[in-house]
Write a protein of this length. Structure first.
Length: 268
């Protein structure tokens, strides 16, 4: 295995930054002590940044448990994945199994399996926290052994937390850098998907994040935020540097609506 190759995400994630990751990381500060990413999602930006030290978090316990299981023993996760058949009948059988009824290795394998076989690789849960995406019928490999091994090796450098973003970044200090990629404020239409957890990320949460960023700025901590190109977001981050960048939303059923403009906001 070539340890110099940067691993790719092991999950497809709605709102993921694989297309933009290189561009965004190129705009990050050239030097920082600890990298913080409180909405880690599919980890595209984390892998592109490839920091020596990082604190990452997410409020989705199934996602965090999956990353922790891969970090502890990716071969065990892979072994379970090898036993899961890709048929419509098996998909719905496996989808019905509650993650809490599984051990940590099985839980990780089930999330990767569902992500690779569900419709458009979408993670979505209902208000009861139940995964409810239809079967996609894709015949694709669940994982690449070399990539999964490299991904696990990278995760061993990092502190992975399952908690609210304010708690994840609470111990940040001047010299650290924080990148926030929250569920986006609504554009309108299908692109407003934000059911990553039983509770959605709502307008008050965006206001709370913006207030947190202003407090970080007062403490001399550098940060960047990605969000929708909307009047609301421009207003709550007024006074900071706001750049536009182009991205693509592959989960949108209308191919003509997949190209979007979004914002990259910084205090440096």
């Amino acid at each position: 295995m070539n340890w110099n190759v940067r691993p790719k995400p092991v999950l497809k994630w709605a709102g993921g930054k694989q297309i933009l990751a290189e561009e965004l990381v190129g705009r990050f500060p050239s030097r920082y002590s600890t990298f913080y990413e409180p909405f880690v999602g599919g980890a595209s930006v984390l892998l592109q940044a490839d920091p020596e030290r990082a604190v990452v978090g997410d409020l989705n316990p199934w996602l965090v448990d999956t990353y922790r299981a891969i970090r502890r023993g990716w071969k065990k996760v892979a072994a379970v994945l090898d036993t899961l058949p890709n048929t419509k009948e098996d998909y719905f059988r496996i989808r019905k199994i509650q993650p809490g009824a599984l051990n940590h290795v099985e839980r990780a394998a089930h999330l990767i399996y569902l992500n690779k076989t569900c419709f458009r690789g979408l993670f979505r849960v209902n208000r009861r926290g139940e995964f409810n995406v239809p079967y996609g019928g894709y015949q694709r490999r669940y994982y690449d052994p070399d990539n999964l091994a490299a991904f696990a090796a990278r995760l061993r450098r990092f502190d992975i937390r399952c908690q609210d973003f304010e708690l994840t970044i609470a111990d940040a200090r001047p010299g650290d850098f924080i990148y926030c990629d929250p569920p986006y404020y609504k554009y309108g239409g299908y692109s407003d998907f934000n059911r990553y957890t039983p509770s959605q990320f709502r307008e008050n949460d965006h206001l709370r994040l913006a207030a947190c960023c202003r407090e970080l700025d007062e403490r001399g901590i550098q940060w960047a935020v990605s969000n929708s190109n909307t009047r609301f977001i421009r207003c709550v981050y007024e006074g900071f540097r706001i750049l536009e960048c182009n991205n693509r939303r592959e989960i949108n059923l209308n191919s003509q609506s997949r190209n979007i403009s979004e914002l990259f906001i910084t205090n440096f």
